[in-house]
Design a protein around this ligand. Structure first.
Ligand code: GCU
Length: 593
C-alpha cells in the first residue's frame, strides 16, 4: 500500500509523530575560530523575548519559520507569539531571572529583532556569541544557520547573505545535562543555562584577518607574528605595528596565511610588571588591534621558569560563579576576584573547570595574574566515545584560539580528576598533544588523581603534560593526614607538581574546636597541616587551594551547606574572609623567600 505522503500541515500535525526532530539541526556545527581582537562590534545585548520550551516545540514545529498562513492565506493556529513573550536580559543566566527558572533544565527560546544597514557593498557580517550554555541552535530570518555545543567557548556564524533591513534572530538554548556532553551529567557545580555572554554583530571586509598570534620568538630573539586571512585575496602583505617600540613589520601572506619574525626587544610581562603593548595588524582594508604582553614560560626538570627565572605558582582556584549573576560574571566581579587573590599574595589563579569569560584573561593580563585555563573534561565523561572526543577537542581549540594572545595564560589544562584508565589515557593524551600543536608556547597540564592504593603519584598522563597537577584532600576527604606525607615519600616525579586542589568546607562564622568539621577552625587546621607538609616538598612548585569563594552546588545537601560548596576561603558573596584566608596570605608571603 502506497505510504501517504507527508503533507505540510503547518505548525501542528506534521511534527507530533517525529522523534528524530533534532537530526536536521545537527548538520551545521558552528565553531569559534575567528579571533576578533578589539574589532568594532555592534551589540545585540539587551532585552530579548523568551519562551520556556520544555518539549522542544520550537524545533519540532519549526516556530522559527513563522508559518502564519497556508497557501490560501488562511491563518494557522499558533503555539508561540515571539514578540508578546516575556522578556529577559541578554547576557544573563536564566536561572537568576526568576524563581521558576532557577532550577530549570531544558530549552529556552530566545528571540529579538534588529535592524541592519549595509555600510559597504562588499562587507561580510558575522554573528558572534561569547558563550551559550550548553547547546545553541541559531536561526536568522526563518533560516537555520547552525548549532554550537559547549557551554563556555565562543562561536560565530556568517550571515552576510541572510540580512535585510529588519531581521529576526531566534536562538534555542538547551542546558540539559547529558551523559555524552562535555562535561557529562555529573559535576560539582551549578548547571546554569542561557545566552550568558555577549551576542554581537561583526562587520569585516570581503577579505579579512581571521586569526593571528603575536608571541615572543621561541628562540628568544625578538617576536613572531602568524596571520590567517579569509576571503578572495589570499596573497599580499600584512603590516604589524607596535608604536611604543617604534616598530612596523611586513608579513607576506601566501594562500591565505603567513608568518614572520622580527628582532624587536619588548619589555617582558610578569605579575610584578604586567607590561602590555598596543599593536595593530593590517591586511588590505582590514585592521585589527589589541593589547599584548610578551613573556616566556617553560619547564626545566622540576622547575617552572618565567622569563628565565624559577617561580612558584602561589594561587587559588575559582569557579565562574556569582551569587548575583551566576555564570554571567561581570568585569567588576572578575577584577574583585583578582584583587582578593593579590590580597592573599597570589600571583596565579586556576580558572576551574571550563573556559571562563574572555574578559578573565584580558583583565589578568592587565592586573598581572598568571592563569591555568581548563576545558571541562571532568570526572567520568564517555572517553570511549569519538563524538565526545571531537567535542572536547573543539572546546580546547576554541579556547586556545580565543586566548592564545593573552600573556597571563601560562597553562592549558585538558581535564580534571579522571580515573587513569586506558581509554582515558588515549583520550587525554590526544588532547594534550593537540594543545601543544596549537600552542607550543604554553605549558599543558591536567588535575590528576594520585594512586590511592599505592599512595604514589603515577598517573600515566604525566608523560604527555608539562606540569603534573594533583588534587588531594588529606585532612578532609582522606582524614588520615599521615598518608599525605607517605604519598610524597613514595613519589619521584621528574616534572613540577602543582597541588591544584586541596581544602575543606567551612561555614562562614561557624566556630568550634579544630576537629569540628565545617567550622572555620577546622578549615584553618587542615590548611595549616597542608602548608606544613607542602612547603617541604622540593618538586611542589605551585599550590592553588580549592577555592576562593563558596559557590552554588546542587550536590551539597547538608543543612549547613544548603546547596553551597563551602570550601571557599571567602563566603559566596565575598563579604566574609574565613580564618584560612589569612593562613594562605601569610604562607604565600614567605613561601620560597
Ligand atoms: C574535586 C573537584 C571539584 C570539587 C571539589 C570538592 O576535587 O575537582 O570540582 O568541587 O573536589 O569536592 O569540593
Amino acid at each position: 500500500m502506497k505510504e501517504k505522503m507527508e503533507k505540510p500541515a503547518g505548525n501542528f500535525l506534521e511534527n507530533i509523530h517525529k522523534e528524530d526532530y533534532l537530526a536536521p539541526y545537527q548538520t551545521k556545527k558552528l565553531k569559534g575560530l575567528m579571533l576578533s581582537g578589539s574589532r568594532d562590534k555592534e551589540s545585540l545585548n539587551g532585552v530579548w523575548h523568551f519562551g520556556i520550551d520544555q518539549y522542544d516545540n520550537c524545533l519540532r514545529a519549526k516556530f522559527f519559520e513563522e508559518n502564519y498562513y497556508d497557501d490560501m492565506g488562511r491563518a494557522y493556529p499558533l503555539d508561540y507569539s515571539f514578540d508578546t513573550w516575556e522578556t529577559i536580559q541578554v547576557p544573563s543566566c536564566w536561572n537568576l531571572a526568576s524563581e521558576y527558572l532557577f532550577l530549570y533544565e531544558g530549552s529556552l527560546v530566545y528571540t529579538r529583532k534588529f535592524r541592519y544597514q549595509r555600510h559597504d557593498k562588499n562587507e561580510r557580517v558575522f554573528l558572534r556569541f561569547g558563550g551559550a550554555a550548553y547547546v545553541a541552535y541559531v536561526f536568522v530570518n526563518q533560516k537555520f544557520v547552525g548549532f554550537h555545543e559547549g557551554a563556555s567557548t565562543p562561536f560565530e556564524v556568517e550571515v552576510t547573505e541572510l540580512l535585510r533591513d529588519e531581521n529576526r534572530i531566534v536562538v534555542v538554548v538547551n542546558n540539559t545535562r547529558k551523559r555524552t556532553n562535555v562535561p557529562c551529567e555529573n559535576t560539582d557545580w551549578f548547571n546554569y543555562g542561557g545566552l550568558y555572554r555577549d551576542v554581537e554583530i561583526l562587520r569585516v571586509p570581503e577579505t579579512f584577518i581571521k586569526d593571528f598570534s603575536v608571541t615572543l620568538n621561541p628562540d628568544g630573539n625578538g617576536i613572531r607574528a602568524t596571520v590567517k586571512v579569509d576571503g578572495v585575496i589570499g596573497n599580499g602583505t600584512a603590516m604589524l605595528k607596535i608604536s611604543e617600540l617604534d616598530f612596523a613589520g611586513e608579513i607576506n601572506i601566501t594562500d591565505g596565511k603567513g608568518e614572520a619574525s622580527f628582532l624587536v626587544k619588548p619589555k617582558l610581562w610578569s605579575p610584578e610588571n604586567p607590561k602590555l603593548y598596543d599593536y595593530s595588524l593590517e591586511y588590505l582594508e582590514d585592521k585589527v588591534s589589541d593589547r599584548i604582553g610578551f613573556r616566556e614560560i617553560k619547564v626545566v626538570g622540576t622547575d617552572i621558569y618565567l622569563n628565565g627565572e624559577p617561580i612558584l605558582l602561589k594561587g587559588i582556584c575559582a569557579h565562574e560563579d556569582s551569587v548575583f549573576n551566576g555564570k554571567a560574571v561581570t568585569e567588576a566581579e572578575i577584577r574583585e576576584n583578582y584583587r582578593l587573590a593579590k590580597e592573599m599574595n597570589c600571583n596565579y589563579m586556576r580558572l576551574a573547570h571550563y573556559p571562563h569569560s574572555e574578559q578573565a584573561a584580558i583583565i589578568a593580563d592587565e592586573m598581572g595574574i598568571m592563569l591555568w585555563e581548563e576545558i571541562p573534561v571532568y570526572w567520568a565523561i564517555e572517553f570511549e566515545n569519538e563524538a565526545v572526543y571531537d567535542n572536547a577537542e573543539n572546546q580546547l581549540t576554541e579556547l586556545i584560539t580565543r586566548d592564545k594572545n593573552r600573556a597571563s595564560v601560562i597553562i592549558w589544562s585538558v581535564g580534571n580528576e579522571n580515573v587513569d584508565t586506558d581509554v582515558r589515557l588515549h583520550f587525554m593524551s590526544r588532547l594534550a598533544k593537540k594543545a601543544k600543536a596549537l600552542d607550543p608556547a604554553r605549558l599543558v597540564s591536567a588535575a590528576c588523581l594520585y594512586d590511592g592504593e599505592a599512595l604514589v603519584i603515577n598517573d600515566r598522563l604525566s608523560e604527555f603534560i608539562d606540569i603534573i597537577g594533583i588534587n588531594e584532600y588529606f585532612g578532609w576527604y582522606q582524614p588520615d593526614f599521615s598518608q599525605l606525607i607517605r604519598l610524597f615519600e613514595n613519589s619521584k616525579p621528574t616534572k613540577p607538581v602543582v597541588i591544584c586542589e586541596t581544602g575543606a568546607d567551612a561555614r562562614s562564622y561557624h566556630r568550634g574546636p579544630k576537629d569540628d568539621l565545617m567550622t572555620e577552625d577546622n578549615q584553618l587546621y587542615v590548611y595549616q597541616r597542608q602548608i606544613e607538609v607542602l612547603s617541604q616538598i622540593p618538586y611542589v612548585k605551585g599550590i592553588s587551594p580549592w577555592i576562593l569563594f563558596d559557590f552554588r552546588c546542587p550536590r551539597r545537601l547538608h543543612s549547613l551547606q544548603n546547596y553551597l560548596n563551602l570550601k571557599g576561603l571567602l563566603s559566596a558573596d565575598k563579604s566574609h574572609k574565613k580564618l584560612a584566608f589569612y593562613a594562605m596570605k601569610e604562607f604565600f608571603a614567605r613561601w620560597g623567600e
